[in-house]
Each structure stands twice: as C-alpha cells, then as structure tokens.
Design a protein. Structure first.
Length: 374
C-alpha cells in the first residue's frame, strides 16, 4: 500500500442508510426525489433519508451500479444510501464503489442481494483527505472527457444506422415505370409460423429457433436450443425452413427479419414467421424491404395485443411493397443495398470497439486510483 494510506473497513468510514417504503412520503407536491436501487427516479417525496453527496447501491436488484446523488433524497427499501463520514470525501467513496465488484458479495439466488453487515466489512485503502480530493479532481476531469467521447461514439452509431435506414426508405419509395406494387401474399409461396406448443428442450438434438435468434437482423446460430427427433418430425411436417427463406420476429421484438444463410435442419417457434419468396422477387431484396422503415410503418399499424405486441399472419400477408419486375434490376438494387449495409456494419463495429475501449479505460483509471498510481 502507498505510504500514508490506511487500510480500513467501510464501516469505519461510512454510514449505510436503509431505504424505506415510498408510500410513506410520496406526493405530487414533494420536493425530494425518490430513488430505486439503480438510481432510477420513482417519484417525489415530502421528506428525505439521505443528504446530498450520498452514493446509492442496490440492496436488491441492481447491486453493481452505484449512483452519486447531489441532492437530498429518499431511497426505497431495495436501495442502500452510503454516506461518507468525516475524513472521507463523498466523491472518493463513489469512485471506490465504481471500482469495486459487489457481485462477490451477492447472497441472492434469483434476485441479486447484498447484506449490510458484509458491506461494512469491505476493505478500502484511504489516503489523506487532500490526496483523496486530488484523485477525485483527476477522475472527475477524466470521466467528463470519457462521457463526451462515449456520447459522440453513440451518436455516430445512431447516425450510421439512420443513414442506412434513410437509403432503404428511398429505395422502396421509388415508383419506376417497370415497378409493381404487390402484397406479400402475392409474391410469397409461404407465410406461416412455427409451432404453437412449447417444446421440451434437450442438451443436444435438432436446432430450435425463436424470435430472440433474429433480433440483430442476422440469425444467431450460437445461442440456440435443441429438441429431440420426435418433436422435430412433427413440426417439420408443417414448416420446413431452408436456405434462402426469411424468418420474421412477430412476437415481442417485432418486425426484424433474417435470412436463412446455411443448410441446417431446424425448427421454429410461433414467435417467428416463416416466409418463402416466389421466383418473382429475390429473397435478399424481400429481406431488405421487411427490415426497412417502409415495412416497419405497416407492421406497426397492424400490431395486435396488449402488453406484448405481436403480428398476426393475416396482417403480415397484407403488407405491400413496390419493387422492379425485372430480376436484373432487383439484383442491382440488392448489390447497392448490400454494399451500403457492409459499410454501415463496418462503422458499427468501429464505434462499438471505441465504446468498449472507453469502458476499459474507465476501469484502468479506477484501478490506478485505488492502487495509489494516479
């Protein structure tokens, strides 16, 4: 440990203020915010538990997401308020909480939970107060810069996707002389869905896909489930997907589609629509349309259900699109869109790497700070 620093237990340098039920104080005329375990605003209160400069960590739920609060507030009973005692800078405590992995103290089985008595025994290296304040000033400045860089990278991600969506919208808004307007049922051999029965799963067997496997716009063949051959034979009699078919998420996360890109025998759940194009349209062009803003507008107009949205097959069949009749013209459109999609995905990977690098830099700075290396 660095000279002048002391190893102490959290119980020596802070107080833990238990949260309470918000119904005691909640009011539309309240002046103090009510916060949950993740620092989420849950209402306003007529009284407060914690002073300004308190760090929230979850007692239950979000136990590894500390939040620093700069005003007096009421914390609910799933949230602890960590208040620094004299001699400990409140921001230094917050940054320590950011650096610490509280999941090592999880005592929950289904819901992550922390025990107050264990928290008080956690060791913290505490430098003199002026040194704490110097470290806090450095971290505040660095984290402000990192937040700006993160915001820029996230905006660039959004811009890349928006540019691609704008191009798709333009493509399917065309009304050329050789273009036709058709409904999906007119240009598809099949529009059906997977089994409506929840299958019994096995550790191996026949691949079984649901809507969660297409949410990225490409089939996720890694995070899959398996069924046995008896269930497979029953399901395959009705729906037998093959390469070039399109799978459309129609329950929960709706309106996202992916094309079957390999020769794999598999079955699908009811949350997926199975679409097979007729020879009048290239499957890849149909896929681009289904994933376009033009299609999403129509899907959203047809959503059914309360709570979990879903698309009914009869509604999917009525969705309409414009496309060129000439297959060579379709091929040129597909090549054009694929090229832009590839560039968009390249930019996405670039900005995602930047975001990951920024997170690693934050961890590195915190590690240095609490090892006396800043």
């Amino acid at each position: 440990m660095k000279e002048g620093w002391q190893s102490m237990c959290l119980g020596e340098v802070l107080e833990i203020r238990n949260g309470r039920n918000q119904r005691e104080v909640e009011s539309t005329s309240g002046e103090f915010p009510i916060y949950g375990s993740a620092g989420n605003l849950m209402g306003m209160a007529t009284d407060y538990i914690c002073e300004a400069g308190t760090t929230i960590i979850g007692r239950k739920g979000s136990i590894n997401n500390p939040v620093y609060v700069q005003t007096r507030f009421w914390n609910v009973d799933t949230a602890f308020g960590l208040a620094a005692k004299e001699g400990l800078d409140s921001r230094f405590l917050y940054f320590f909480c950011l650096s610490y992995d509280f999941t090592a103290h999880n005592r929950g089985t289904t819901i992550p939970s922390l025990v107050k008595s264990e928290l008080l025994q956690i060791e913290i290296a505490v430098p003199p107060l002026p040194e704490q304040q110097r470290i806090v000033a450095l971290l505040d400045e660095a984290f402000a810069g990192l937040a700006t860089a993160k915001s820029n990278a996230e905006q660039n991600l959004q811009n890349a996707r928006a540019l691609f969506d704008s191009h798709l919208q333009l493509v399917f808004s065309q009304r050329g002389e050789e273009w036709v307007e058709k409904s999906l049922k007119e240009i598809c051999e099949k529009i059906t869905d997977g089994t409506h029965q929840t299958p019994k799963y096995f550790s191996e067997g026949v691949v079984f896909l649901s809507s969660r496997n297409v949410t990225s716009g490409k089939i996720d063949w890694d995070n899959i489930k398996y069924i046995d051959n008896a269930q497979h034979l029953e399901m395959h009699r009705r729906v037998a997907p093959r390469r070039g078919d399109i799978l459309l998420a129609k329950n929960g996360t709706t309106g996202v589609a992916a094309i079957v890109d390999r020769d794999t025998v598999f079955d699908i759940y009811v949350s997926l629509a199975h679409i097979r194009a007729l020879p009048v349209i290239r499957p890849q062009l149909l896929l681009h349309f289904i994933n376009s803003p033009a299609a999403k507008v129509q899907f959203n107009q047809r959503l059914k259900g309360v709570g979990v949205p879903n698309l009914h097959l009869e509604e999917i069949r009525e969705v309409r699109l414009h496309f060129p009749e000439d297959l060579m013209s379709q091929d040129r459109l597909v090549a054009e869109v694929d090229e832009l999609l590839e560039e968009t995905q390249r930019l996405n990977r670039l900005y995602e790497r930047k975001l990951a690098a920024l997170e690693e830099l934050k961890k590195s700075l915190l590690h240095q700070a609490f090892n006396g290396e800043l």
